[in-house]
Design a protein around this ligand. Structure first.
Ligand code: HEC
Ligand code: HEC
Length: 192
């Protein structure tokens, strides 16, 4: 038959195309890269209720979320310093005994043995003059819950507990829920 060589060539072409297609398939999908895809899939299957993470959150294959994806043998560029917000706007407290964040700048406010600039405005005696909220009664209590006439020594260094408000983004993901959220979720759980 005169067609024989043609059929042979045709079969060869089909085989070569199939082989190329097979190799390409292995490269792109069949053999997954060992990095992010596998890591997230693995963590997801281990902890089905894994919380959704923010963009700055640590990924499964990273040692430390604060490194923001920089490999450990390289030095990362530090993020820009956060700007202090000076807007006089109070932020919500996440839980009842959270020290409120400071809604104003505290640059050059001296706090040492001789002087406490914060108390110039926040001491009970001065609060009306500066229209500042006076420190609460807990700031006058010693560790035995006795009330002192002046600010308690353990509440003297204000910025041990109070921090200024900045526009910094959270470094790691956080799925903290305050008590109001927990309480509002409970009726739904009972109904299920
Ligand atoms: C010049 C007066 C003044 C000084 C000094 C001052 N504050 Fe204030 N502070 C205020 C005023 C007024 C407010 C009320 C909100 C506003 O107007 O910014 C306030 C608000 C606050 C709040 C928020 C209270 C709340 O209930 O949310 C905190 C916390 C605070 N200050 C801490 C400090 C600390 C700590 C220092 C010292 C490092 C300090 N303040 C120094 C005047 C002052
Ligand atoms: C040991 C931690 C700590 C220190 C130090 C401290 N505070 Fe507080 N502060 C708190 C906590 C916690 C709260 C919220 C609960 C409460 O009122 O005790 C608070 C509340 C406040 C409030 C809001 C009061 C209100 O009635 O809402 C102001 C204003 C304040 N602090 C200012 C100061 C100033 C000024 C200093 C320094 C003289 C200071 N704090 C030192 C922990 C602290």
């Amino acid at each position: 038959m005169r067609d024989k060589p043609l059929i042979a060539i045709g079969t060869l072409v089909v085989l070569v195309v199939a082989a190329i297609a097979f190799m390409a398939g292995r490269k792109s999908g069949g053999e997954p890269s060992p990095h992010p895809v596998v890591a997230t899939a693995a963590t997801a299957s281990q902890t089905p209720a894994a919380p959704s993470t923010t963009e700055a959150a640590p990924r499964g294959n990273q040692i430390d979320g604060i490194r923001r994806g920089t490999p450990i043998d390289q030095e990362g560029t530090p993020p820009l310093m956060a700007r202090v917000e000076n807007a006089d706007i109070k932020r919500n407290r996440a839980y009842p005994m959270q020290p409120p964040t400071i809604p104003h700048t505290i640059d050059n406010y001296q706090i040492d043995k001789n002087s406490n600039r914060c108390l110039l405005c926040h001491a009970r005696a001065n609060a009306d003059k500066f229209q500042a909220p006076p420190v609460s009664v807990t700031h006058y209590m010693d560790r035995d819950d006795q009330f002192l006439a002046t600010i308690s020594p353990r509440r003297y260094f204000c910025n041990q507990c109070h921090v200024v408000q900045t526009d910094a983004k959270p470094l790691v993901a956080n799925n903290f829920k305050d008590i109001d959220t927990v309480l509002s979720e409970q009726p739904q759980q009972k109904a299920n």
